[in-house]
Design a protein around this ligand. Structure first.
Ligand SMILES: Nc1ncnc2c1ncn2[C@@H]1O[C@H](COP(=O)(O)OP(=O)(O)OP(=O)(O)O)[C@@H](O)[C@H]1O
Ligand SMILES: [Mg+2]
Length: 221
């Protein structure tokens, strides 16, 4: 699924004040390629991912994903687009605190219409692959930061998304686990588009990802 930003401007509004984040940004990520968004803290990297997933809509310009201008879809259609096509690894994980790791992962498949048995089997398999075979019954509060991060990665991958958006997916991991996760991401993105946000040049290099730089409201692709 390819991604096109056409003169995209975005500002957050807070108490009637506007905070401009992106100013007429244009770039493209071709289908089935990998891109790494890099840039300083606060430069707008997570905002770019939220625009790609249609969680946010731009005030000007178009975000076109898989040939569709996301602003032309209704809100339920955008939610459906995310469920069907997007796997999102959030910077802050966003796990359900009252559900064990296994259910946190399998629920994403169930929401997409997969039966409970198959969803559970897929979730088990993915948790094994991220090295959490022995943590399936743990609640998020019983997991380390790096373990929570890996649960969120497993959840993002369970529906075999054609578009994977990963916000600092290895930020909480040590070097060894980081390599395992990068290998997994490389493997699952062989035929998908992967956009990863990272502070770590090693991540972009290991994934052979094209670098997209966020600098002061502009994006240099
Ligand atoms: N919901 C929001 N309301 C208002 N301002 C916001 C909101 N979310 C982010 N911002 C502001 O927008 C700017 C860009 O935020 P964003 O989260 O995209 O940065 P980032 O590049 O991902 O940073 P980091 O590397 O620290 O995660 C920041 O200055 C932030 O304070
Ligand atoms: Mg961020």
């Amino acid at each position: 699924m390819n991604i096109e930003f056409r003169n995209v401007s975005f500002a957050y509004s807070k108490k009637k004040r506007s905070l401009p984040v992106l100013d007429s940004v244009t770039f493209e990520v071709e289908a089935a390629t990998r891109a790494a968004i890099v840039g300083k803290s606060g430069s707008g990297k997570s905002t770019v991912l939220d625009l790609i997933s249609g969680v946010l809509l731009p005030q000007a310009g178009q975000v076109v994903v898989g040939g569709t201008d996301l602003a032309l879809l209704t809100q339920p259609e955008r939610a459906q687009f995310r469920r069907e096509h997007v796997g999102y690894v959030f910077q802050d994980f966003r796990l359900f605190e009252h559900l064990p790791a296994l259910d946190n992962v399998s629920i994403a498949a169930q929401i997409a219409g997969v039966g409970q048995k198959v969803a559970t089997a897929k979730a088990r398999n993915l948790l094994e692959r991220v090295g959490l075979g022995r943590r399936m019954e743990h609640l998020p509060s019983e997991l380390s930061g790096g373990e929570k991060q890996r649960v969120s990665i497993a959840r993002a991958l369970i529906n075999e998304p054609v578009l994977i958006l990963a916000d600092e997916p290895t930020g909480a991991l040590d070097a060894e686990v980081r390599d395992d996760i990068l290998n997994l991401l490389a493997q699952v993105s062989a035929e998908s588009t992967l956009v990863v946000v990272t502070h770590d040049p090693y991540v972009a290099e290991h994934l052979s990802a094209r670098i997209i730089r966020c600098v002061d409201g502009t994006v240099l692709a």
